[in-house]
Structure formats: structure tokens, C-alpha cells
Ligand binder design. Sequence first.
Ligand SMILES: [Mn+2]
Length: 319
Amino acid sequence: MNWNEKLETVKSVAITGHVRPDGDCIGSTLGFYNYILDNFPEIEVDLFLEQPGQEFSYLKNIEKVKTTLSEKQYDLFVVFDCGDEGRFEPFRGLLSKASHTICMDHHMANSGFADENYVVPDLSSTCELLYTSLTDSMISREVAECLYTGIICDTGIFKYQSTTSETMRIAGRLMDKGINHTKIIDDGFYTKTYHQNQIMGRAMLESVLFYGGKCIYSAASMEIMEFYGLDGKQMGGVIDQLRNTQGVEVAIFMYELKKGEYKVSMRAKDYIDVSRVCRFFGGGGHVKAAGCTMQGTVHDIVNNLGAQLEIQFKEHGVN
Ligand SMILES: [Mn+2]
């Protein structure tokens, strides 16, 4: 896959990624957007996303992100970091209208909805895949900042199992572009607002161990999120802190989307495949990091997830 060849044949490009965009989604879409502006100034390019989080404000042109769909027709529509049409619902209209569509992604359950699908399941990040399809000498510092952001977010700063020596080599090439990697890691990953830290503390305080301490869950209701003035995309980091609990194989964090409906995030450490559990409940993701949306009380949801987890624990001879 060589993006330059594709871009040489089009006059207009629309870009999007998944709902509740995370660092990899923002990094890949905005990185590609900036790459086009830098190298193909004659192309008309628009980037459509739900409002990105404040923590990514250091990325160039993030204020250019369009949060509402336009009626324009584009030669090419590109979707990054997104496995199915339902996950870019607000901008789905672009799919049928555009002359040609391309998806670039690293989710195992990618449905192949685009005309061309470049999917490498369980690669560290969409940003890593995007890097390999761009021309290094045409990547500016600002594009490198976007791609590096995506890689650190999706690898938990080079920690998750999806991190390979190739991931590190690419990150090194991006560092050579002169990026401030220390600031990117602080701003894009670690820094939390006071209220985010408060809800993190509360989530830890209210967390519950189960399955003999091998699983842990915590939840945030709509009332709690409203009290702290936070929405779902500001809850990042809670699930990772839960996962850090000693002895825990699986961490679950859920926050209420609307009455009786929760966005569930799951992380596994070693042998459990949480994407299998999330797919069972209509979601998806990666082997060690996945999510789904579920109905019911927190208690019901944990019971339902627990039953699926138990199947896998038994397969591994763990009781
Ligand atoms: Mn990703």
C-alpha cells in the first residue's frame, strides 16, 4: 500500500475514524490530513470526527476537525482505525456518496466495508500501519507528532504485547523528525485534569475483585460523571489502573451511556482473550483490549461477562 499513488489520482478527500476517538484514531486521521496538506496542497481535504479531547490540543490543525457532516461529494473517503460502519455512524453518509472508499485498520473483526481494506489485525496501532504506507522523507515533524501519539496511546507507551521491534524502529524514525516525545507522552497519555483524577480515585475505591481476585471491575454512573463534569472520552486511564492490580488477569470498567446502558471496556494481561468476550456481546477490539455496549444493571453486566470469562478460565485450567 502506497498512499502517494492513491493521492495522485484524486482531487478531494474526506477522512474519518471511529466514534469517541482515541489517540490512535485522532493520530491516524489527523496525521493523514496533515500529510495531504503538506504534500498534496492541490487536494481539497476534510477531516470528520467527534470532538477530540482537550489533551490532544498540541496536534497541528486539530481545530480544523469538522464535527458535522457536509453535503459535499468526495473522490475518496478514507476511514482509519475502525472495523465496521456502525462505529463511524455520524459520518456514514460519506461511504455511499464518495467515488471510492478505503479503510486502514488494525482491528481483528474488521468487516471489510470499504472498496479497499488494508487491515493488519493486532498490529500495534493504525498509526504504525499508516507510517508504513507513507513516504518517510515526506513526513513532517507535525505529522510525526500525530503518528507518535497514536502509537503511544495504543501500546500503553510501548508496553502492550502488540509492541514489536518494528514498532520501536518506527517510533525511533518519528523521533528523528524532531518531535518532543516527552511532552507528547505527558500530554497525550499521563496528564489528567483534577476531576479526572478524582473520578479515577473513586473508581479505584469502589472497585470489586471477583473470580478469586483474577478479575476486577468498577463502574461510573451517569450521575457520577455529571457530578464531576466528565464524559466517556475523559475516562481513559481508569481501565489501565484497574488492570495494574496485582493478581488480576482481567479488568473491566464501564460507564453509563444512558439509563441502563453501559460502555464496557475490558483489558487482559496474559492468557484471556477479551475480544472474544466483547464480540459475544456485539462489540470488538483486540485480544488484550476490547469493548462493547451492554444493557442492564452493573450487577447484571458483570454476571454476564463473568459467565463468558469463566468459559475461558476453564479452558486454561484456572478455577
Ligand atoms: Mn487503534
